[in-house]
Design a protein around this ligand. Structure first.
Ligand SMILES: Cc1cc2nc3c(=O)[nH]c(=O)nc-3n(C[C@H](O)[C@H](O)[C@H](O)COP(=O)(O)OP(=O)(O)OC[C@H]3O[C@@H](n4cnc5c(N)ncnc54)[C@H](O)[C@@H]3O)c2cc1C
Ligand SMILES: CC(C)=CCC/C(C)=C/CC/C(C)=C/CSC[C@H](N)C(=O)O
Length: 477
């Protein structure tokens, strides 16, 4: 049995989380509900491009896993096209030498890997596959409309106590327990985690697994920029975009047209120099709740809604067009260097986490140098690079343009996730980032929050936090 649908829903934040939430809310609640989507910056949020000499490059979230089924579905349903992330050879630097270097010959790579690390790369591949296999259960649950009231319940339904345990242990502890050697972890795994999350092996084991999935083959991106998914979702959801910064949310009693006094949420926002507000039946917050990133306060809630203090790590992405100083990484000159991505080990004295050649978002081909042999490189570093540092990395450069991010949570297990239900009809999506931050994670959180809001509105408690879903759905034909 269904209640009358809500009149108005607010979604705060038009990144991939907020726009996909609007899309799923429209699917569940139907065409009559009015959905307002608040955004204080650009649609896309941490999915953004940077334009350099007339070419656009991904400056935020750039790669998508081949098994990220929500992102895949969006691209298909919204009529977008994909490009494959360009390969290129990868090396790992410890600041003095390259501790690992890929060859363009497949067989040489296999021999090198076995020589240096035995069968650990294969075992690691299997470990990640096993985590991914369980993770994929979420798509089955969500396609059957099941929802979860907390991130912990969601993860438990996917991988049981093992998945919850991964939030409580460091990635290092998790992999040491699984029998991987220090050399392999230092030289192969820590550098991937520095590239993807700018952090050491002290992150939680779950985000570590996601990070390794982010180094799988078959990664892809959206032609024209990943942020196009957000603008297309916004359009498809037929939501009303309000350009403004939400300042606070307050619960108040309003008398609706029916004459009934109803508890509603007043969303107060600033647009230009004006302060305005609107009343909503349901509110979804799709931005990290902390002072630096969203600065939203919750007034007069009973019980009060706590202030969240999740610290987000700063990452600086710098785009440099220039000729690499290959001798910063190896003894070879540039014309014999051949690597297009260099990762760094944790103990490296280098001031960057990674550096790699990038292609424009419209190019499906391998990146091409300009006539003088210069490529466009992207570095990730914890701090802004100084001119002196840039001149260490490059023989010469034409430009260096930076984009600074509060990129992802600073992971420090045990990682306890914030609640999804902040109040009766007030939901929070970005708590999922405490398990792992990635585009697909936000899309999963958005689908879950839309289903949760729908079932709670209609009193469908049997669709929330069902135990043993995997077994139940296995027997369902
Ligand atoms: C440099 C970088 C590289 C990354 N690479 C990858 C990658 O390759 N693959 C991957 O899967 N993930 C990647 N990620 C992570 C991914 O980008 C994020 O997990 C994802 O984009 C988060 O989306 P979101 O919608 O949850 O949050 P956001 O994108 O942060 O969206 C929140 C939105 O809310 C708005 N907002 C905030 N406060 C208010 C307010 N008070 N009022 C109104 N609006 C407000 C913000 O302006 C923002 O647009 C990367 C992130 C960064 C920074
Ligand atoms: C959620 C699952 C199962 C998989 C996602 C895997 C994935 C794509 C992880 C990447 C996460 C991330 C935050 C990457 C940041 S750096 C990305 C890229 N290599 C770049 O150079 O910009």
């Amino acid at each position: 049995e269904l209640q009358a649908p809500p009149d108005k829903i607010a979604v705060i934040g038009a990144g991939i989380g907020g726009t996909s939430a609007a899309y799923y809310l429209r699917q569940k609640f139907g065409k009559d509900v009015k959905i307002d989507l608040f955004e204080r910056g650009e649609v896309g949020g941490r999915l953004a491009t940077i334009t350099l000499q007339g070419q656009e490059y991904e400056a935020g979230g750039s790669v998508i896993h081949p098994l990220n089924l929500h992102m895949k579905r969006f691209v298909k349903d919204l009529g977008l096209s994909t490009i494959q992330s360009s390969g290129g050879l990868i090396g790992v630097s410890n600041g003095d030498t390259l501790v690992f270097e890929e060859s363009s010959w497949f067989i040489i790579n296999i021999i090198k890997l076995i020589w240096q690390y035995g069968f650990q790369p294969l075992r690691m591949h299997m470990w990640v596959e096993d985590v991914l296999d369980k993770f994929m259960r979420i798509y089955r649950y969500q396609s059957h409309d099941y929802a979860f009231s907390s991130v912990e319940n969601l993860l438990h339904s996917l991988g049981g106590d093992d998945f919850l345990g991964m939030l409580n242990r460091t990635f290092l502890e998790t992999l040491q327990k699984a029998g991987f050697s220090k050399k392999f972890l230092d030289e192969m795994i820590a550098p991937v985690n520095r590239l993807n999350y700018g952090q050491s092996m002290d992150v939680n084991g779950f985000v570590g697994a996601v990070s390794l999935a982010g180094a799988d083959s078959g990664l892809w991106a959206v032609e024209g920029g990943n942020k196009l998914v957000c603008s297309k979702l916004l359009q498809a959801s037929k939501s009303n975009l309000i350009s403004g910064s939400v300042m606070y949310i307050e619960e108040k009693t309003r008398t609706k047209q029916t004459g009934n006094p109803t508890r509603m949420y007043e969303v107060v926002y600033q647009t230009g120099s004006e302060t305005r507000s609107g009343f909503y039946d349901i509110v979804l917050v799709a931005t990290p709740l902390n002072r630096k990133m969203s600065n939203i306060t919750f007034l007069n809630f009973d019980p009060p809604i706590e202030e969240f203090h999740q610290y987000y790590k700063q990452i600086v992405a710098t785009f440099i067009k220039g000729k690499l100083n290959s001798t910063s990484f190896s003894s070879r000159a540039l014309d014999e260097f051949g690597l297009s991505t260099i990762l760094t080990t944790d103990n490296s004295r280098l001031f960057i986490n990674s550096i790699g050649i990038v292609s424009p978002v419209k190019e499906n081909n391998n990146p091409q140098p300009s006539t003088d042999g210069a490529f466009v490189w992207k570095t990730f570093s914890p701090e802004t690079l100084t001119n002196e540092q840039l001149l260490k990395l490059f023989l010469s450069y034409e430009y260096a343009v930076k984009q600074q991010w509060h990129a992802y949570p600073y992971y420090k297990p045990p990682d306890k996730c914030p609640p999804i239900i902040l109040h009766d009809r007030l939901y929070y999506l970005n708590g999922i980032e405490c398990a792992a931050s990635a585009m697909e994670m936000s899309a999963i959180a958005a689908h879950n929050a839309a289903l949760l809001a729908y079932h709670r509105w209609n009193g469908h408690t049997d669709m929330i936090d069902q135990e043993d879903l995997y077994e139940k759905l296995k027997t369902e034909l």
